[in-house]
Design a protein around this ligand. Structure first.
Ligand code: COA
Length: 414
């Protein structure tokens, strides 16, 4: 079976998390991804190591299905190799600090001159504006993109989330931009620049909060937020704890075992169309027709009471029992699953979302596979490359002889 991006070559100058997420996705969709690393390698090969001297899980889990070439792109000979690689590939992806590619001597104009079809895709912390020269990491983006100010409890500080929306979220945005630019190139024959700024991507993922900012301006309150009706609203969207971000109220409730198990909880949505079933399951049949509860409008001021009654029922069930019973009645809910539970989830393993990967240095490890399933482009997850594993192979492909490769090695260019 072919794959969606067969024939597309990616010159992968990415490091750390945001860029590698993007290029790993492209590799899973079939692109040939050539990861260029300084002779010392991507810094994450050594970060958060769990086994001495072995590529870290941080690196292996973000660099599957890629080839690795080491290259000192600041040396004269290294720049010549890079020129050939620019001519050989379709897309250059980078997430250097602002200006690094220009300082390396590979400005957009120079790349265009070398290969007018090349797409140059960048992750930066910030788009044009006062912060465009600033470096950025995951949590900086979460804070600057609106996620932290809207996450947490009303009486606590802003919180960052474990979902890597700044890094991996931006990588996803960039991958989509690259695929779109490749498609446009089929008509124009020309490359273009693609930029995904981490602040913009986080804000895009937080767009419901910008919605709420405007609703707050019009109404002075947000009636599905836990601050309503007894708390205070200021001028900015407050932290909404575990309230649902949508039109159907929801929250996290305790389940059997919560006293000892930190994940014995369930997300429960009081979806209006199944109000009657909810009342029946939790034993509050009187609420089905009680005017104080029977309409979504009436319930908004009584959500505390509603969820307390739901919890009085869920606390008698494990999260899995509650999930099964509620789904029998078409009531939307979701168990709080730990990483340990997810790692052992049979269905996730069966569909390739959790995969076991063999690595020559570390043995078998678990990874998240491709979450995007294409019926005619199936992903096989291959281990990440060792540092420089494909240097000779790639240099040979772009016309270097063994003697020339030997010379590059002796001068430490590769
Ligand atoms: N050969 C020689 N030099 C190389 C090289 C290679 N193959 N690859 C990179 N370099 C050089 C760069 O040219 C740069 O040199 P310069 O600063 O003299 O111009 C240098 O290595 C370091 O660049 P970079 O890794 O970008 O800077 P950093 O380590 O100081 O910053 C980040 C790291 C992540 C903060 C920064 O890259 C950044 O802000 N990136 C954009 C946002 C982003 O993606 N952040 C999320 C990371 S998950």
């Amino acid at each position: 079976m072919g794959r969606a991006l067969d024939g597309v070559r990616i010159l992968d100058f990415t490091h750390v998390q945001s860029g590698p997420t993007c290029t790993q996705l492209l590799a899973w969709l079939g692109a040939d991804v050539i990861k260029v690393e300084k002779p010392g390698g991507d810094i994450t090969r050594q970060q958060l190591r769990d086994i001495p001297g072995v590529d870290s899980l941080y690196f292996t889990m973000l660099n599957h299905n890629k080839r690795s070439i080491t290259l000192d792109t600041k040396s004269v000979d290294g720049k010549q190799v890079l020129e050939r690689l620019v001519q050989y590939c379709d897309v250059l992806v980078e997430n250097f600090a602002p200006g690094a590619l220009d300082r390396m001597g590979f400005s957009w104009n120079r790349i265009q001159a070398l290969n007018p079809r090349m797409i140059v895709a960048s992750v930066k912390g910030f788009g044009p504006g006062p912060y465009e020269e600033c470096k950025a990491y995951e949590n900086i983006a979460q804070c600057a993109g609106g996620a932290a100010s809207t996450t947490g409890f009303d009486d606590g500080p802003p919180l960052v989330t474990g979902a890597q929306i700044g890094d991996s979220g931006t990588g996803l945005h960039l991958a989509l931009g690259i695929v779109a630019a490749l498609y446009q190139r089929t008509a124009t024959g020309h490359g273009q620049r693609v930029l995904a700024a981490m602040q913009d991507s986080v804000l895009n993922l937080c767009r419901v909060k910008l919605r709420d900012q405007q609703r707050l301006g019009h109404q002075g309150v947000l009636r599905e937020y836990p601050q309503y009706p007894h708390g205070r609203f200021g001028s900015a969207v407050p932290r909404s704890a575990n309230a649902s971000g949508g039109g159907q109220p929801g929250t996290i409730v305790k389940c059997k075992g919560w006293e000892t198990d930190p994940n014995a909880y369930l997300y429960f949505i009081a979806q209006a169309p199944v109000w009657q079933q909810i009342c029946q399951v939790i034993g509050r049949e009187a609420w089905i027709s009680d005017p104080a509860f029977c309409t979504p409008e009436a319930r908004l001021a009584r959500l505390d009471e509603v969820f307390a009654a739901v919890e009085a029922w869920t606390i008698t069930q494990t999260k899995y029992e509650a999930m099964a019973i509620l789904n029998e009645h078409d009531i939307p809910c979701g168990p709080i699953l730990s990483m340990q539970e997810l790692a052992n989830d049979a269905a996730l393993r069966a569909n390739g979302t959790i995969v076991e990967v063999e690595h020559p240095q570390r043995g078998t490890y678990l990874s998240v596979g491709n979450p995007i399933k294409l019926s005619a482009s199936v992903t096989q997850v291959r281990r990440s490359p060792l540092l420089g594993e494909h240097t000779e192979e790639i240099l040979t492909e772009i016309g270097y002889t063994s003697a020339a490769i030997g010379a590059l090695r002796s001068t430490k260019v590769i």
